[in-house]
Structure formats: C-alpha cells, structure tokens
Ligand binder design. Sequence first.
Ligand SMILES: [Fe+2]
Length: 212
Amino acid sequence: MHKPMLSRRGLLAQLGCALPIVGLTANAWAQGGPTVTPRQTEGPFYPRQKPADIDNDLTAFGTSSRPAVGDQLTVQGRVLDRSGNPIPGARVEFWHCDTHGTYHHVGSDGQIDQYFQGYGEMLTDVEGHYDFRTIKPGIYPGRACHIHFKVFAPGHRPLTSQMYFDTEMEANLRDGIYRRLSEAERKAVTLSTSSRSGRQSSIEGQLDVVVA
Ligand SMILES: [Fe+2]
C-alpha cells in the first residue's frame, strides 16, 4: 500500500538536476540549522474515516483509471531532525481539498471530484524522503491554497502542519494562519515550486520537514 511513487534518481531526473535541493538545504543551514517546521491547526477536515485507498498517489482513487481533475502536482522532500539528520520510517499523512475546494471523507455534500483520493500516507525511505502525487488544491473561502500534513517520526512528537505555495504569496499573506508565523517559519512551510506547461500543466513542489 505504501508504494514508492518516484525513485530518488527518477525524481532528480524529472527535476533536471539536484542543485535546487542542495541549494535550499545549504541556505537553511547557513543560518544555524534548519528551522523546525511550525505546528499549525489540523482544521476540521481530517478524514473521519480513512478511504480504502491510502497510497501516496492522490490522483488515482482505488482502481479507477480516470485521473483526478486539476493541475498535476508532485510534492517531495525529506523528514529531518533538528540537526538535519534524515529520519527513515516516518509516516507522512497528507490531505487537502479537491479542485472544487471540497474535502473528502468528512461527509461533505459540496461539489466533489469522485476521482480524487483526498488523503494519502507513506513511510519515508532510508534517506528520509517522502513524495506525493496529487493535484493542486482548489480554493475555499478564507484560506490560501494549502495542503495539510502530519508526520509521525519515531522518537519524536507527532507534527501537524500545513504547506503553502511560493507562487501564491499575495494570498498567503492574507491568510490568518500563515500570517501568524514568523518569517523563518513561513519559509519552513512554503513549497519551492517549478512548473511545466503542456497539454496538462504540472507543478513540482519541494519542502523538507523538520521535526523537534
Ligand atoms: Fe484546510
């Protein structure tokens, strides 16, 4: 069920090279170690019951061959301790609304994309990597575009937080949950993205998560 979606090598090949990841890490640590990922509210939409399919590809629900609606998005990074050591075997949970702004598995009666999985989870690999394939979340009133996540790392307190997009800074700065973070904390929850246009546009986001 916890299938690795992209190998490390495959992922770097897709990104073009390893430099952006190395550069980000070096920048974060140049100022005295990585910023611990801030805790943020779980919100009311954590699944009441987890779906039958909980793998790390949210664009394909169950056995359906029809993909979720929306811009394809890949999110990847590592789970690290506050010294920057990767943590293997950490469970990363990931949930967000569909392209219509509707959360699944919470009894919602809004317009719903039945082909979107809504929630997924996976274990980090031996180098602490996680990766999810999904779609860019829709928008719902009062919030910037965001993804909820939890990390259960062995020997660490569970972390609940949210991630945002570096392409949505205007909306992020209007979002009350984002605004209450310090500048360093905002960086620690903002995906570094690159995008490709084509028949269907796709976005690649990168974010390391640091647990206390
Ligand atoms: Fe939310």
